[in-house]
Write a protein that binds this ligand. Structure first.
Ligand code: HAM
Length: 414
């Protein structure tokens, strides 16, 4: 049996080359795009007070009830590893006073949910997300969705679908809940166990339950928007119309609810065909998060990087396309050349050249073998002769050709 001594925890992965180069492409392109939309990077701690998540995500949500890594620290304080990025972001922005009420921030960070691991579902996963506070109007929602569509484009991700719905205002939600409870009561015993509980605690979630019987029952219910005020219905229509004018295609989905309680009005999700049961690569929406006396309005989204990677790979975009070129390998024949090459390596690296060498005197054969293993494109060889002449032998590994060059030229032209 393979030793578990060196394995990371179940549902959590070590990330390293070559795959890490796909991660870096995702992060770098996202940073550039966010910058063009005026978003600034925010890094909040992974650990927060449990209350930060409870009061914003909602006490009765699956995330809070079943999935959080929550514990008491040595001082008896109730803490939790963040299961998502919105709650901590708003906690931070609320502390920045007026400035925080009209801010645009993005984050790229690990999140933690103690779920049963399966394909596409991890216990530590990573989100790239944005939050924009202030501007509680449909144009802000449309711009946020358009930004997300842009992100898919810069990553080269095709074949995804943006599904959109509205949960209305908090008042609408009360009315929706009352009506759903009334309409679902006769079918209560036919619902799954979770939904029977949701009937009393969080009835909106019955609508997007994946259980076939619950789905069948939910399909007989009127759409959520039929219980909303005209203003709320207009809000959703404006978001969809604005996006259509911007050339962003979205699909209205009456059964989309989202699992976090802070949402009001627009909610959306992006799915991709290459993923199995866990097919959401992203989720987002408008929200209102009450912190202290203030209710902070905002809109944002988060993309799950692990799932984005699965989708990218299905589109033929893989890590090896982003692995840096092989670079240069220095070969030293003798102790004197070794010492001189330490200096040369430093000069080349200062010029940004990816450059490596053995740090002990070894045979030519052993050093060439290493250069090959490292995928070097160019090898620079120096021995006693070259040191005396102030030259180097440069070998092009692909073509197999080699020539003698002046040391100064090598440094100057690198
Ligand atoms: P969420 O839908 O819970 O929304 O998560 C967003 C994305 O994170 C999902 O679509 C999925 O790609 C990824 N994700 C979630 N759980 C896992 C998991 N266990 N393993 C792998 N990937 C996962 C939020 O977190 C909201 N904070 C989004 C938001 C931001 N809404 C407004 N602003």
């Amino acid at each position: 049996m393979a030793s578990t001594e060196f394995q990371s925890l179940q549902g959590m992965s070590d990330l390293y080359a070559p795959e890490i180069y796909l991660w870096r492409m995702i992060e770098e392109r996202a940073r550039t795009l966010f910058n063009s939309y005026g978003y600034e990077e925010l890094r909040t701690p992974s650990l927060e007070k449990l209350s930060v998540f409870k009061r914003s995500i909602g006490d009765t949500t699956d995330v809070v009830q079943k999935e959080m890594y929550a514990f008491k620290d040595r001082g008896g304080r109730e803490l939790a590893l963040r299961p998502e990025g919105t709650a901590g972001t708003i906690r931070h922005l609320a502390g920045r006073g007026e400035e925080g009420l009209n801010a645009r921030v993005f984050y790229m960070a690990p999140m933690f949910r103690c779920e049963r691991p399966q394909a596409g579902r991890k216990r530590q996963f990573h989100q790239v997300g944005v939050e924009a506070t202030g501007e509680p109007n449909p144009l802000a929602d449309a711009e946020c969705i358009a930004l997300q569509q842009n992100l898919l484009e810069v990553w080269g991700l095709t074949d995804s679908t943006i599904k959109i719905n509205s949960r209305g205002t908090k008042e609408d939600q009360k009315l929706i809940a009352e009506n759903l409870q009334r309409l679902l009561e006769p079918s209560r015993s036919s619902l799954c166990e979770d939904c029977q509980r949701r009937m009393d605690e969080n009835v909106l979630r019955v609508i997007d339950c994946k259980n076939p019987k619950c789905k069948e029952i939910a399909a007989t219910l009127p759409e959520m928007r039929s219980f909303m005020t005209k203003e709320s219905q207009d809000y959703l229509n404006t978001v969809i119309e604005t996006l259509s004018k911007m050339g962003v295609v979205v699909e209205y989905d009456r059964s989309l609810v989202r699992g976090l309680d802070y949402y009001v009005h627009t909610v959306w999700e992006i799915t991709h065909g290459a993923l199995g049961a866990q097919n959401a690569i992203a989720g987002g929406g408008r929200y209102e998060i009450a912190l202290g006396k203030k209710g902070i309005p905002g809109v944002g989204f988060a993309m799950g990087i692990e799932r984005v990677i699965t989708a990218l790979e299905a589109c033929g975009i893989t890590a090896d396309q982003f692995v840096p070129e092989g670079g240069t390998w220095l070969i030293s024949l003798g102790e004197a050349a070794l010492a001189e090459n330490m200096k040369l390596a430093r000069e080349l690296r200062n010029k940004g050249v990816r450059c490596g060498m053995e740090l002990a005197a070894k045979s030519m054969k052993a050093q060439m073998r290493k250069a090959n293993r490292e995928g070097a494109e160019k090898v620079i060889i120096r021995g006693e002769d070259e040191l005396t002449k102030g030259t180097v032998i440069v070998k092009n590994m692909e073509e197999g050709s080699q020539e003698e060059m002046n040391l100064e030229d090598i440094v100057r032209n690198s």
